[in-house]
Write a protein that binds this ligand. Structure first.
Ligand code: 8YV
Length: 316
């Protein structure tokens, strides 16, 4: 049987790449020395594509693939995939919901704790030899998270899993989203500036894309304030990054713990020098187990499409 040909935009976890190689003829886009010539050479034969929500698939690339039928994304977000063009062309799109929910929620809590208790900063203090130099009990005290208020932006599956963790840590939860959700046991606040002014931590778990671009702007950061901390495991695009850098630099905002940036893998250089930020390289879903499950779902969606023209986890 002739294997369907697929374009792989980014490397996936090894097992998933091996499974893809077994089922399909895989064209590895990131390895191409001349990307443009590579696309031109494989384009007519490509029937499927695999990418991530952040790397995506542009309208331009989709239009260059005349026989593209399906796009499988390795992640839950789909912000950089041109869904409108896929819809127009009748191209099926899948993502990997559910399998990463708990992992990303756990990581959001880890970031919150790391930022609030200054765990990376204290680690650096020990490594520099300052602990030995200063002696015991000299490191500045931090603030407890128990009893604090958390505002969650976007109460989807990840937001709700994170809210449950907040309750376990004795925090009070309120949330912002464009519409109230019936049956959700947390206070909905329909004004983001107001929510930010009420909470200690503002945690972003919403989707990226045009709908949420620049949602967290200078006014929101000012409302969060000097005692507040921003935690972002959503997308860098949700935050006005220049306003964030300015607010952290001038003390308008107390702290930030970030896993995502507007122009990955580029982190705004001023953030690198700041002591009140915790920076991570977009790894909230990055465990062997969760990436393994995500990779398997990419493979299973593509297999299901080419066997039955049905996706297991379609993006609707
Ligand atoms: C990435 C994510 O997909 O699920 C998402 O939307 O951003 C992540 O899980 C993952 O980092 C692979 O790049």
């Amino acid at each position: 049987m002739i294997k369907p040909e697929i374009l792989l935009a980014v490397p996936l976890i090894e097992n998933a790449m091996a499974a893809l190689d077994a089922q399909f003829t895989v064209h590895r886009l990131w390895e191409a020395a001349d990307r443009d010539a590579f696309i031109t050479s494989v384009a007519p034969r490509v029937r499927g594509a695999a990418t991530t929500g952040a790397t995506g698939l542009t309208a331009d690339l989709i239009m260059r693939l005349p026989n593209l039928e399906v796009v499988a994304s390795y992640g839950v977000g789909t912000d950089a995939i041109d869904l409108a063009t896929c819809r127009q062309r009748g191209i099926g799109v899948s993502n990997t919901p559910d399998v990463l929910t708990a992992e990303v929620a756990d990581f959001a809590m880890a970031l919150l704790l790391a930022g609030a208790r200054r765990i990376p900063q204290a680690d650096a203090y020990v490594r520099r030899g300052d602990y030995r130099r200063d002696g015991k009990d000299q490191y500045p005290l931090t603030h407890r998270v128990r009893g604090k208020k958390v505002g969650i932006v976007g109460l989807g599956q990840i937001g709700q899993a994170f809210a449950t963790l907040c309750l376990a840590f004795g925090m009070e939860v309120a949330w912002y989203g464009p519409r109230p959700k019936p049956g959700v046991p947390y206070r909905h606040v329909d004004d983001l500036v107001r929510l930010a002014s009420e909470v200690d931590y503002l945690v972003l778990t919403c989707k990226g894309g045009a709908e949420t671009a620049g949602l967290v702007d200078a006014a929101v950061l000012k409302a969060l304030g000097i005692k507040g901390m921003l935690v972002n495991v959503a997308r860098g695009s949700v935050v006005d990054e220049a306003a964030l850098v300015a607010a952290l630099a001038d003390g308008t905002l107390g702290a930030a713990a970030l896993d995502v940036y507007a122009d990955e893998p580029n982190v705004p250089p001023p953030l690198l020098a700041m002591d009140n930020v915790v920076l991570q390289p977009h790894v909230a879903s990055g465990t062997v187990q969760t990436r393994g499950a995500m990779g398997q779902l990419v493979v299973d969606n593509l297999k299901s499409w080419f066997a039955h023209r049905k996706l297991l986890t379609p993006v609707t």
